[in-house]
Design a protein around this ligand. Structure first.
Ligand code: PRP
Length: 213
């Protein structure tokens, strides 16, 4: 018989810790997971869970390929890489938005190709494709806000949470592309083979999300 132990990929970082606490509250505790060590895998046999910390943008890959049965990934990453996973639940945390932003007062002269710096080339392509706007995508991996300041791009398409980074760099948001939050996702075959364990966890997480609203 297949093990009902759930393999769970959590995003490393502040959001991941909040997410872990939610799993713990739902009855899937593994206190060592929050200890300050370099260990990456934590198991609690009694609770039937094994957690591992991965780079947030890699969670969907672990889940899609079945190295993890379930995981938590931002909607931004899911929109960008469109992994073949089941999106089970909006955890209503890690809320932010994807927005187009640029220098305060920037005016888009549509006769020119718009240079857009972003970590999200596919979302950017979809967004401007739907608007039939010619763009030149400049793919960066971080500190996207620098691009319009240095003249590397006209605008950026990036995550805005509090808006502080934009403000402190004399930039402003122009358009909201999508609302983002953390999502519980499952590997497609694990969802069948470990259906009982996953749906038990899902029901508990759903109840917690509702209670926190
Ligand atoms: C994200 C995003 C913005 C910032 C927005 O960056 O790319 O830079 O957070 O947050 P705010 O609206 O609250 O200021 P992240 O910390 O993920 O780093 P990176 O994109 O530069 O790697």
């Amino acid at each position: 018989m297949m093990s009902e132990m759930l393999q769970i990929a959590l995003p490393k970082g502040r959001l991941g810790e909040k997410v872990y606490k939610m799993f713990a509250e739902a009855g899937y505790e593994c206190p060592e997971a929050l200890e300050d060590t370099r260990k990456l895998i934590f198991e609690n046999k009694e609770a039937g869970v094994c957690y591992f910390w991965v780079k947030p943008s890699d969670v969907a890959i672990y889940v899609e390929r079945g190295a993890a049965d379930i995981g938590v990934a931002g909607k931004d990453i899911l929109m960008e890489s469109k992994p073949e996973v089941f999106e089970l639940l909006d955890l209503n945390m890690g809320k932010c938005r994807l927005a187009v932003a640029g220098k305060v007062g920037f005016y888009d002269r549509t006769e020119h190709t718009l240079r857009v710096a972003t970590k999200f080339p596919n979302i950017t392509m979809d967004y401007y494709g739907r608007r039939c706007r010619d763009i030149d995508i400049i793919k960066l991996n971080g500190s996207i806000e620098l691009a319009p300041i240095l003249g590397l791009s006209d605008v950026i398409l990036d995550i805005v949470e509090t808006g502080k980074t934009l403000k402190e760099n004399n930039l402003e948001p122009f358009e909201t592309v999508a609302e983002v939050s953390a999502r519980l996702v499952a590997n497609r075959s694990a969802y069948q083979f470990k259906y009982e364990a996953i749906s038990r966890l899902l029901e508990k997480m759903k109840a917690l999300v509702e209670a926190k609203k």
